[in-house]
Design a protein around this ligand. Structure first.
Ligand SMILES: Cc1cc2nc3c(=O)[nH]c(=O)nc-3n(C[C@H](O)[C@H](O)[C@H](O)COP(=O)(O)OP(=O)(O)OC[C@H]3O[C@@H](n4cnc5c(N)ncnc54)[C@H](O)[C@@H]3O)c2cc1C
Length: 306
């Protein structure tokens, strides 16, 4: 069987694409590792999605997922390993070797946390090093932790952890923090966090579990040690595109290049929506909007194919 459309990803972009595809009566399949994508990592409430002045990530995902399921779309819970094109037909290979065929594809695979790439990161992953404050934060009750990075995600992590841990060090390798001013004000009021700028992380150390980190003070070039039990990595995200490398072009930041009018990539019938593409703003609402654009563009493309 050849589907009209296969959507890869169950985050805001993929879910919205699925809803729009089903409204156009497309025979669509959505393949995803999980539902919600990055919203699953959201440690504090969401306050910028219209209709909800304050909603938890879990609650918003539930609403998105229920809406999608009501459309009757077919869902495959799996990981896509490769996308190929043979003539006009796409072949989508999933874990385990099974494959699916479709006339059009939307890539909505979002992004994964950017690793630190310092000594000790891999060794202590799950033993003090974490990419998910929401999942692992409660393990650090009354302990001291470091957050690497100083953007919004890093400060939201600090806000969330301030109700759990004893002390938080926020390390920024540049001369100033990158988060919004309101996040800085909230963190200041907790009296639990110390921001250290010009701090380049060198190593994570420990025995069975993290015990300390070493960073270089870039002003003095001296190495310093901080005794911490946990390290939360918040230095940004990398687009998840390894399975489609031969069919698309990339920006300098490894995002998929698309036409902003229709989310089309350089391969006809292949669209990309949400954080995975070159769109400037990476937000839930922009991901949803791009998911809608991609699905409607796929519909137009399929109409012309007939
Ligand atoms: C900590 C944090 C807090 C945030 N807070 C906010 C906020 O308050 N407000 C806001 O608007 N935005 C916020 N964002 C940004 C927002 O979450 C993202 O912009 C949005 O989730 C992007 O949606 P997406 O669908 O493009 O990608 P993602 O959410 O990354 O979803 C990608 C989906 O693709 C799936 N996938 C990936 N690879 C594969 C594969 N090979 N095979 C199958 N499936 C795959 C994943 O499992 C996932 O379901 C936050 C992000 C983070 C990390």
């Amino acid at each position: 069987m050849i589907y009209d459309l296969i959507i890869i990803g169950g985050g805001p972009a993929g879910i919205t694409a699925g809803i729009y595809a089903m409204r156009q009566r497309l025979n669509a399949l959505l393949i995803t590792k999980n539902f919600g994508g990055q919203i699953n990592k959201k440690a504090v409430a969401i306050g910028n999605y219209p209709g909800f002045d304050k909603i938890s990530g879990a609650e918003l995902i539930k609403k998105f997922k229920n809406h999608l399921k009501k459309t009757g779309i077919k869902i495959e819970k799996s990981k896509v390993n490769k996308v190929e094109k043979d003539g006009d037909v796409f072949l989508i290979f999933i874990e385990g070797g099974q494959s699916f065929k479709s006339k059009a594809v939307i890539i909505a695979s979002g992004s994964d946390p950017r690793p630190l790439e310092v000594a000790g990161e891999k060794e202590f992953l799950g033993k003090g090093v974490s990419y998910c404050p929401l999942c692992d934060g409660p393990l650090f009750k009354n302990k001291n932790v470091a957050i690497i990075g100083s953007g919004n995600s890093a400060f939201e992590t600090a806000i969330f952890l301030s109700n759990i841990v004893n002390k938080i060090y926020i390390l920024e390798c540049g001369p100033q923090v990158k988060t919004f001013i309101d996040n800085q004000e909230i963190i200041k009021k907790t009296n639990k966090a110390k921001v250290i700028v010009n701090a380049a992380l060198k190593e994570i150390q420990g025995d069975n579990f993290v015990k300390s980190i070493i960073y270089q003070d870039k002003e003095t070039a001296k190495e310093k040690i901080l005794k911490v039990d946990g390290v939360f990595v918040e230095i940004g995200y990398l687009p998840a595109t390894y399975f489609v490398k031969d069919l698309v072009d990339f920006s300098e930041r490894d995002e998929i290049l698309t036409d902003p009018n229709n989310s089309q990539t350089r391969t006809l019938g292949l669209f990309a929506a949400g954080d995975v593409n070159v769109g400037k703003y990476k937000q839930i609402i922009t991901a949803c909007a791009e998911g809608a654009t991609a699905a409607l563009s796929a519909f137009e493309y399929l109409k012309k194919q007939k």
